[in-house]
Design a protein around this ligand. Structure first.
Ligand SMILES: *Cc1c(COP(=O)(O)O)cnc(C)c1O
Length: 388
């Protein structure tokens, strides 16, 4: 067996659409395919305004600019997340206040947020880890009570839902990613979602290098000027064309991924019930978007042994985030609070191959390989009991 962790999927129309974009003579951004992608999300999920970006990181950076942070303003977010979630806000002068994960799930423990709010708190950033929803009613209620803004890092959360609301459509702002490791891809790419009317106009200006060029092209202003800060956040039509081909196959891609996810889950549930490892808690308010399948081992040593065991069989599994509050960059800036759940996911979480072309027979073989690892461990434990 030789199963990679990820394999980017091409739906078939990507290059044809890129050729169309090239023939249209419009290779730079905000052309026909960019508009088609925006319309897709706005119509399917009811997002107020969408802006494609060159990465999820860029979308987060745009969100951070829109918050208009002052030096020393505080932003609360989980420690168990990708570096860009924090970096975007640090670049705007924010102090990051890291919150722990839930005991049974890497998502932010919404019940711990209120105690972290101070007069300097400006925003809460939630990360829908593996596309599973954070407890958004709790987060939005807190935001309302304390006058805070909410940014959803929905990088992994395309087509995920909180109760019946699409993820990315709940916070004031949200960021998606179309990096090749996500469900829907265009190599490097992302999207900012603006749900709060107050940010709509400025978001477009920041997107267009601080100019009112979009308004100019709509005929709303006579000339376009430099009116604000901004950068080159918009991707080329090549990327948008590629992305649009993927979006047309969203249902098929999601169905395929969900079948794979369910196959893992059904295969491994029994061992989890025996207590050999943890599967993520099923969150009653969250739908599964099958971004990622993972389990949580009992120790780091065991996780690393399992990685080696699977690797020897040609199966490539990977761990994930290193808690940001312990990173070389932030350790000295962190206030010293212990975040034990975040650390445990750092040490013990293991992600399995999950991509469109992964066959269910391969998933069954991977499940079998995990079973054989724990079977060996059980035999060893029995031998020890026999010795004593
Ligand atoms: C992938 C990811 C990002 C960054 O997206 P890029 O498109 O790679 O810049 C940010 N946050 C989370 C949670 C992610 O998974």
């Amino acid at each position: 067996m030789n199963v990679p962790f990820n394999k980017p999927y091409l739906s078939g129309q990507e290059f044809a659409y890129m050729a169309t974009a090239a023939k249209n003579g419009k290779l730079s951004g905000n052309g026909e395919f960019t508009k088609k992608c925006h319309a897709f999300f706005e119509q399917r999920y009811g997002f107020r305004k969408c802006l494609l970006t060159t990465s999820g990181t860029d979308a987060l950076e745009m969100a951070a600019i829109l918050l208009n942070l002052q030096p020393g303003d505080e932003v609360i977010m989980p420690s168990y997340t990708f570096v860009s979630t924090a970096n975007a806000f640090v670049m705007q002068g924010a102090k990051i206040v890291f919150c722990d994960s839930m005991p049974g799930h890497p998502n932010i423990d919404a019940g711990q947020i209120e105690a972290l709010i101070t007069p300097r708190t400006r925003a809460i950033v939630v990360v829908h880890y593996a596309g599973a929803s954070c407890d958004m009613d709790v987060v939005m209620t807190l935001a309302q009570a304390y006058g805070l803004l909410v940014v959803e890092d929905a990088a992994q959360a395309i087509d995920g839902f909180y109760k019946n609301q699409p993820l990315g459509g709940i916070g004031h702002l949200a960021a998606f990613s179309f990096h090749e490791t996500k469900n829907i891809i265009c190599g490097e790419g992302g999207m900012l979602v603006v749900n709060d009317e107050r940010f709509v106009k400025r978001s477009e200006i920041i997107w267009e290098k601080g100019t009112n060029r979009s308004a100019f092209f709509r005929g709303e202003v006579a000339k376009y000027d430099w009116v604000d800060i901004g950068s080159s956040f918009l991707p080329s039509e090549m990327n948008a064309a590629f992305l649009y081909a993927q979006l047309e196959c969203l249902e098929d891609i999601q169905q395929k991924r969900k079948n794979i996810w369910n196959c893992y889950y059904e295969g491994l549930k029994g061992l989890a019930d025996e207590g050999l490892f943890q599967l993520p808690d099923a969150l009653p308010y969250s739908s599964e978007n099958a971004h990622c399948f993972y389990l949580v081992c009992q120790s780091q040593a065991e996780r690393n042994a399992l990685i080696s065991h699977l690797k020897a069989l040609g199966i490539h599994t990977v761990f994930h985030y290193l808690s940001l509050h312990k990173s070389p960059f932030y350790l000295q800036r962190h206030d010293g609070r212990l975040l034990p759940h975040s650390d445990r996911f750092t040490d013990c979480l293991l992600r399995f191959p999950l991509f469109y072309e992964l066959e269910l027979t391969e998933v069954a073989a991977i499940v079998g390989a995990v079973c054989s690892f724990f079977e060996k461990k059980r035999l060893k434990a029995k031998r020890l009991v026999a010795v004593f």
